[in-house]
Design a protein around this ligand. Structure first.
Ligand code: BGC
Length: 416
């Protein structure tokens, strides 16, 4: 992170924590990175739910998709002995915190009373539990292998949603010929990596697993990885010149407005479309990244509670609120994600949400569910960040595909 940005966020952290020090015992101070329009709307559902139970909210937002900046601030706060009450966290970060510091609150009492074991899929429990104890409450399941397409732009490009890499290229070419930016993208490492998740998965589930979950050297540096980087370079050619540093929600806005044809992004993007009053099937179309139908790369936002030295009713109330079936429906309808429990009806969800729920259930049952590398569910942060560096350097032309595959092996080995 740039120094200025670090100082800004750290000073903001100190300022908010000073305020939080005056908070009542019934408040929760929540560190999160939900600052885009659709994300903030979803967060509002949680704040309102807690307010209705008499639990106040101290907001600690740290902008930055994917949460890397939020994790930096969180570390600074905890090192300074000033942990927030609760924090949004992803996959391996939860494991790291649980394993290294041991200062995450144990949620077993509420989990047992409410029967979380029976309703939270095992793939999520793997991240919510440490040594058999519940230490995180999963609020949702997102997945990264989605494409969000402007419906009018798709119609003008032939009207057929692509289902293979070749069909995808045909549609992107047609959009280019129609004078719009075919692919809306923001040049930030986590966004490059989000597309990379889907590109690697599109070359085969076995390849995705071997490279990102098993970190197999042959997969990391072999021909398939070279092909993955070749495909990234092809996608790069459909991005506009101003992509560098653009936030993901501004890329979503380009698709919403129709100045761009599509965005390859996790389903939090749907929150932006909904916030803008757009309807799936009419204004936009949600498809799985071509070639990844039936497969899901998931990430689950979970809330951990930092041990405050004494049992906190408000922390338990928050954990309980997050896990209530009614809340999981209301929240995820707005957020774009799907519930983290198997017993939530899909009635309130739009067509993309219903598809998301069905895809997740199918992938979970059929062995097609994999943790997202880009969003911290495939490997620890050090490995993830090493992969980010290679993917971004290649996307920006520093390596060709062969060099990038070689660098990938070195980076992952060094980071382990
Ligand atoms: C989180 C989402 C969030 C997205 C963009 C992901 O890592 O899981 O909840 O909306 O980053 O900030």
């Amino acid at each position: 992170m740039e120094i200025n940005k670090f100082l800004k966020t750290t000073v903001a952290a100190a300022a908010v924590s000073a305020f939080a020090g005056m908070a009542s015992a019934d408040d929760v101070e929540v560190l999160h990175w939900w600052t885009a329009g659709g994300e903030a709307a979803a967060l509002g559902v949680l704040k309102d739910d807690l307010a209705s139970q008499g639990v106040g909210w101290q907001d600690m937002p740290i902008a930055g998709g994917g949460g890397s900046d939020a994790m930096t601030v969180l570390r600074a706060r905890v090192v300074a002995g000033d942990a927030p009450t609760a924090a949004q966290m992803l996959g391996f970060d939860i494991k790291d915190w649980a394993g290294s510091t041991g200062n995450l609150a144990n949620l077993n009492s509420v989990a047992e009373a409410e029967g979380w074991d029976a309703v939270v899929p095992a793939a999520l429990q793997d991240f919510s539990k440490h040594d058999g104890n519940w230490i995180a409450a999963p609020v949702n399941v997102h997945s990264t292998n989605w494409v969000w397409v402007n419906k009018a732009a798709l119609d003008a490009a032939g009207g057929k949603a692509p289902t293979s890499w070749e069909e995808l290229i045909t549609v992107l070419d047609a959009m280019k010929a129609n004078g719009i930016t075919p692919l809306a993208h923001g040049g930030q490492a986590w966004q490059d990596a989000t597309i990379f998740d889907a590109v690697v998965l599109g070359l085969g589930a076995d390849f995705y697993k071997a490279a990102f979950i098993d970190m197999d050297e042959d997969a990391l540096g072999g021909d398939m990885m070279v092909e993955a980087f070749n495909r990234m370079a092809v996608l790069r050619s459909y991005v506009d010149d101003n992509f560098s540093g653009r936030d993901w929600n501004l890329a979503s806005a380009m698709v919403i407005e129709g100045t761009a044809g599509m965005q390859m992004m996790g389903d939090w993007a749907k929150g932006e479309f909904l916030k803008a009053g757009k309807t799936p099937g009419e204004d936009f179309v949600c498809i799985r990244f071509p070639g990844t139908q039936g497969l899901v790369t998931f990430n689950s936002d979970q809330f951990v509670m930092f041990d405050q030295g004494e049992a906190s009713d408000s922390q338990m109330a928050m954990a309980s609120a997050v896990m209530s079936p009614a809340f999981q429906s209301a929240f995820n309808v707005v957020k774009g994600s799907v519930p983290a429990r198997t017993d939530v009806p899909n009635d309130a969800f739009d067509d993309c949400g219903k598809k998301g729920m069905a895809d997740f259930a199918e992938a979970n049952a059929g062995g097609g569910l994999y943790g997202s590398m880009a969003h911290g569910h495939a490997n620890p942060a050090a490995v993830k960040n090493a992969i980010y560096d290679v993917v971004t350097a290649h996307f920006n032309g520093e390596y060709d595909a062969t060099e990038a595959a070689e660098e990938m092996v070195n980076a992952v080995l060094d980071a382990q």
